[in-house]
Design a protein. Sequence first.
Length: 185
Amino acid sequence: MMPRRRYFTTNDPVMTPDLLDYFFNQRTRTFQNLSEREKGLLHSIYNLPEYKQVLPTYSSESNSTIRLRQHQRYSLKCPGSFSVIHPEKTDVYDLQVVEFSEDGFLAHAKAPLPPNVWGEVSIQLGDEEKTIMRAMVVDGKHKGSDGFYGFKLAETDLPWRKLVGVLKSGSTHEDLDNASRFLLD
């Protein structure tokens, strides 16, 4: 039987600072053998103060050629829809949201989506968690029967901010069930 999840995340935060230190500094020397890019990515994923003590040293200023994402991204698998209202009709497109950040998300769609048009996105974040926001397709490719699209959000709502907050600041699976504790301002 699968564990009950509040959100449709595809991976759960499980590595506490102590676990990272034990497995990657004490039991192995994995962190010592990382490239600067890999060190930078680790610091962007584990960006809470308590993790800095166990992560390998990384100075973003010393290696400005390494480009990291502006906003951290999170993996999930959520059903959703994108609706575009026209004077004579409303077009509704089914989505499978696979990645999100503070101000946008990536989704698969079977039908080609209209670029640079504002619409309403509805995403089922979990069994009892749903978000409805204004969004626009800003990037995308459609090939054959599947497309991959990037969306930007006009403004995030409370369910979205709770999910981003817990994934940004939480460190264990139990934190996901207490998302309100991590609500971002």
